[in-house]
Design a protein around this ligand. Structure first.
Ligand SMILES: *[C@@H]1O[C@H](CO)[C@@H](O)[C@H](O)[C@H]1NC(C)=O
Length: 313
């Protein structure tokens, strides 16, 4: 802590938020509040259904529940403060709060990215190597893939934050967004940040671009495989895959825009950060539950079994 304060004269940043108009901020407060509640309820429903419902004890649903858990964490790293800030005239965040936000967003974001790849691998084995599915995707492989996701998230964020946390800031300290994010904060450092900018472009931008292309190709291979062996189960498989492709696009689209070209234009960045802090975590449960009969049935069972007894007791 002392190390940072000695080198920085800035101890807090000012967030500009989305609008300076009081009325619009109150409107945003209401919208963000409702969306955040929906994120918590929707994702918790998925996690609880998968844990309690025996019908959903398969690798795909375990991954889905873990994805929902990442979504909850990712959104909670920024959204509560964003919501409170809509009601504050001066939106400030301490230097350490800012660093913590960036660390957490990239920790859970990197974890989610790895998990989306693990989910694609799971579907790939199920569709292209169905006879080996039970032996390949066993309990141990599942745990290893989950631990890997956490580890990759940690390595991803740490490799950027060790350099960012040491930057000197001597003003100006205005971040034109609703929460701290790497490109915006690095831009404020009073030192040459060229190497760090390259690191962020490679580590966040290029990495997500490569993962996205890799994922798209693997989903295309799976779709082609399904069409070649069109069978009774194929329409269900296609609908599962299209849900996955939608989620992958929603997650990677904004990320690639923000980090692959981060230091040239910032004007759209703050709207994109709205996207991946509240839109994606909300859409994931909607996409998976609305398009998935098993998930819908599980939530119905859950609500009739458990909610019923809560309300009557
Ligand atoms: C993540 O997946 C594992 C299966 O290996 C499961 O036991 C666990 O409950 C899941 N976690 C969450 C939060 O759903």
């Amino acid at each position: 802590m002392d190390l940072l304060n000695n080198r920085s004269s800035v101890s807090e940043f000012i967030l500009l938020g989305l609008s300076s108009s009081q009325e619009i901020q109150i409107l945003f407060f209401a919208i963000f509040f409702l969306v955040y509640v929906a994120i918590i309820v929707g994702n918790l429903l998925i996690v609880i259904s998968v844990i309690v419902d025996n019908h959903l004890h398969s690798p795909m649903y375990f991954f889905l529940a873990n994805l929902s858990f990442f979504d909850l964490c990712l959104s909670s790293a920024t959204t509560p403060k964003v919501i409170a800030d809509f009601l504050r005239k001066h939106k400030t965040i301490s230097l350490w709060g800012c660093m913590a936000q960036m660390f957490l967003v990239h920790f859970f974001g990197g974890g989610e990215m790895s998990l989306l790849i693990a989910m694609a691998m799971d579907r790939y084995v199920a569709i292209c190597k169905p006879l080996h599915y039970k032996t390949v995707m066993n309990r141990r492989a599942l745990i290893v893939l989950l631990l890997l996701s956490w580890a990759i998230g940690f390595i991803h964020t740490t490799s950027q934050m060790v350099f960012t946390a040491g930057l000197p800031f001597c003003g100006p300290s205005v971040v034109d967004s609703i929460f701290c994010d790497l490109p915006l904060v690095i831009k404020l450092a009073c030192t040459d940040t060229y190497i760090l900018e390259l690191l962020v472009i490679a580590n966040s931008g290029l990495l997500s671009l490569v993962c996205f292309i890799f994922l798209l190709i693997s989903y295309i291979v799976m779709l082609v495989t399904i069409w070649q062996h069109s069978s009774r189960a194929s329409s269900k498989a296609v609908s599962t895959l299209s849900a996955h492709i939608t989620v992958v696009t929603l997650f990677f689209g904004p990320t690639i825009f923000i980090y692959a070209f981060p230091f040239s234009s910032y004007s759209v960045d703050k709207f994109l950060s709205v996207f991946y802090s509240i839109i994606t975590p909300l859409l994931n449960p909607i996409i998976y539950t609305l398009r998935n009969q098993e998930m819908k049935a599980a939530i119905k069972r859950l609500s009739s079994q458990h909610l019923g007894s809560w309300f009557t007791s």
